[in-house]
Design a protein around this ligand. Structure first.
Ligand code: NAI
Length: 241
């Protein structure tokens, strides 16, 4: 059996594509999810990937979840921080709850999961962490001050942790996907998608989740040990940092 990989929010959308790609490549994969138990169980049945429910914004729940995964599969050697939510509104209409929910799920979760998993990686002298940020962290997006702040926070976190653990055989990278065909983007009104978003993407279409998974597979490879602290854009040319 290959190395043990955990994907947060790994039962649908981009996370599910990452979990499937890792499994197909021979990794022993666990997928975390936040809700919709029925859909997660259907995913587990179809793919054979075990699924674990916990809230990634809750530190104690993460501790308990990580312990369950490690009891079942062994030490986590690869961590993909993919779980995320949006609560879009212009700032003058954004409630403190919308702000806090996004910071908690999209950014606190990265601290929670890395804080729990990094000590074991340090001890064993190997680890691969990929943080799923967003093109909107780099270019900004009206209606997403909360989301862009959380996703940009992930990039600073990535670069800092990468420096701390580089000598321990652990790499920490961020990816910044552009608009990808998942439930998150299906929630965007079609008019906004066709008239405002698609014209900004030189490739002329949305990404498929599998195209994001390819990049993750590349970054977690044993042979990718010299790539760390990087921010890899996968956005169809929408924004070139
Ligand atoms: P999605 O909404 O289809 O899936 C999100 C996943 O996160 C689900 O599996 C859900 O269960 C999980 N999740 C949400 N809250 C959670 C919580 N509190 N605890 C545990 N799990 C939780 O989203 P999608 O589109 O697949 O996005 C995945 C990641 O990629 C997110 O971080 C998102 O911000 C990012 N992203 C998505 C883009 C897109 O166009 N779809 C573009 C750029 C980044």
């Amino acid at each position: 059996m290959g190395r043990v990989a955990l994907v947060t929010g790994g039962t649908r959308g981009i996370g599910a594509a990452i979990a499937r790609a890792l499994k197909d490549a021979g990794y022993a994969v666990a997928a975390n999810f936040g809700g919709n138990e029925e859909a997660a169980n259907a995913f587990a049945e179809e793919t054979g990937i075990p699924v674990y429910r916990w809230d990634v914004s809750d530190y104690d729940a993460c501790a308990e979840g990580v312990a369950r995964v490690e009891a079942d599969l062994g030490p986590i050697e690869i961590l993909i921080n993919n779980a995320g939510i949006t609560r879009d509104a212009f700032l003058h209409k954004m409630t403190p709850e919308m702000w806090r929910a996004v910071i908690a799920v999209d950014l606190d979760s990265v601290f929670n999961m890395c804080r729990l998993i990094i000590p074991g990686m340090r001890e064993r002298g190997f680890g691969r962490i990929v943080n799923v940020s967003s093109v909107n962290a780099q270019k900004g997006q009206m209606g997403q001050t909360n989301y862009a702040a959380a996703k940009a926070g992930m990039i600073g976190f990535t670069k800092s942790l990468a420096q701390e653990v580089a000598a321990k055989g652990i790499t920490v990278n961020a990816i910044t996907p552009g608009y990808c065909e998942t439930d998150m983007v299906r929630a965007v009104p079609e008019k906004v998608l066709n008239e405002r978003i698609l014209p900004q993407i030189p490739v002329g279409r949305l990404a498929q989740p599998e195209e994001i998974a390819r990049a993750v597979l590349f970054l977690v490879d044993d042979d990718a040990g010299f790539i760390t602290g990087a921010t890899l854009a996968i956005n169809g040319g929408q924004y070139m940092a």
